[in-house]
Design a protein around this ligand. Structure first.
Ligand SMILES: [Fe+2]
Length: 387
């Protein structure tokens, strides 16, 4: 393991009903005039009226931007920023899924530092500190509330850009599992599988360290304990809480150790073929695990996670067969049924090699390797050995 320095975490406020802490979090962040960033579905679920009532009762001014789009692009962030410029907030709140939180963060970059989102691709390009930001997830997937990055896509190519800065990190993240009860079943399934992929990719990433590994393990244990009921649509309140904790722990792990080839191979499927992020990541995950098992340390980590799985959930089959079992339970359409043409594989594979996140995969990945991954994931068969 290489020398490391851990990244800071937001202050975490958790437990069912913890949304009531929002006004105190805003005050402690120095805010008096909030811009709440969300999407229409979250408004319709009633979460925004509750949040604005809490803020107004506490004497905190609040405006709502509900124009967030799924997989936000640069033009979406510009539109949010035009709204924010008129409002003049001193604090951002992102309430929703990863897209709402990333739109709030992206808007924060442009409002405080100007320019375009592409100016902030990478880490640490902001010249002026961003305004305080509070993340409130309503899904258990991205862990964006614990990350100092906004993932924003380019307008034309849909290429995902990770735009990070130390001051983009939330001052507070409110983890209120009452808010995740409103997720449509399909969203709950895809975000749960994405969070599982986060726990497993961070566990073997070349950037991992003792602290990120602890986050990955805790994420995995929480997620493993609850994911089957989530996939069956039978999750209890405590299981939804475990998923939300798992997703936040996985977000902390990503912040400290990055991801790997499942995300690198999934991003082109989202950009070029329109697959939802969680769907694409989930389809690729068992095949990436199969390929990564060629790496001794990764194989040992998966074996260790297999023992965790056995002790926490009584599943003795090992990680990769268990992930395949979850995919079958989720009944996800394989690439062949998602309109992905095999003639695109080499192009997709080339794109995958350009994904920043793939640099941290334990086994180095070339175009040929990504092509094999896509071939293996095409018809939804069980993961095969890499060669
Ligand atoms: Fe993800």
């Amino acid at each position: 393991m290489e020398p490391f320095t851990t990244r800071p975490s937001p202050q975490l406020v958790g437990g069912p009903g913890s949304l009531v802490e929002l006004p105190a979090c805003v005050r402690k962040s120095g805010g008096e005039k909030v811009l709440l960033v969300t999407d229409r579905g979250i408004v319709e679920a009633g979460h925004i009226s509750r949040a604005t009532a809490l803020l107004e009762d506490a004497g905190i001014a609040c405006s709502v931007y509900d124009g967030t789009s799924e997989n936000p692009e640069e033009s979406d962030i510009r539109a949010a920023m035009e709204f924010a410029r008129k409002v003049g907030p001193d604090c951002f709140v992102g309430l929703g899924g990863g897209s709402s939180m990333d739109t709030a963060k992206g808007c924060n970059f442009l409002l405080t530092n100007g320019g375009a989102m592409s100016d902030y691709k990478g880490y640490g390009a902001a010249k002026t500190p961003l305004l305080p930001f509070i993340g409130i997830p309503t899904t258990s997937g991205t862990g964006s509330e614990c990350q100092s990055y906004a993932v924003i896509s380019r307008d034309q190519s849909h290429e995902k850009m990770a735009c990070g800065d130390p001051s983009a990190l939330a001052t507070f993240a409110i983890l209120d599992s009452d808010l995740t009860a409103s997720m449509p079943h399909k969203v709950a399934v895809l975000t749960a599988l994405d969070a599982l992929a986060h726990s497993l990719e961070t566990a073997v990433s070349t950037r991992r360290n003792s602290f990120s590994s602890a986050y990955s393990r805790e994420a995995f244990l929480n997620i493993a304990s609850a994911i089957e009921p989530v996939l069956r649509g039978e999750a209890s309140g405590s299981e939804r809480n475990a998923m939300l904790m798992g997703s936040a722990f996985a977000g902390l792990a990503i912040e400290n150790s990055m991801l790997g080839a499942a995300h690198a191979s999934a991003n082109p499927l989202t950009a070029s073929c329109g697959l939802a992020h969680g769907h694409a990541v989930a389809l690729m995950l068992p095949h990436v695990i199969g390929m990564n098992e060629e790496d001794t340390e990764a194989r040992e980590t998966y074996a260790h996670y297999g023992t965790l799985l056995s002790s926490c959930c009584g599943v003795a089959w090992g990680v990769r067969p268990w992930v395949e079992h979850l995919l079958a339970l989720a009944d996800l359409s394989p690439l062949a049924k998602c309109g992905v043409d095999p003639s695109l594989f080499s192009e997709l594979a080339e794109d995958a090699t350009r994904q920043w996140t793939g640099q941290f995969n334990p086994r180095s990945m070339k175009i040929e390797d990504f092509t094999v991954l896509y071939e293996n994931a095409f018809d939804g068969g069980a993961a095969q050995d890499a060669r």
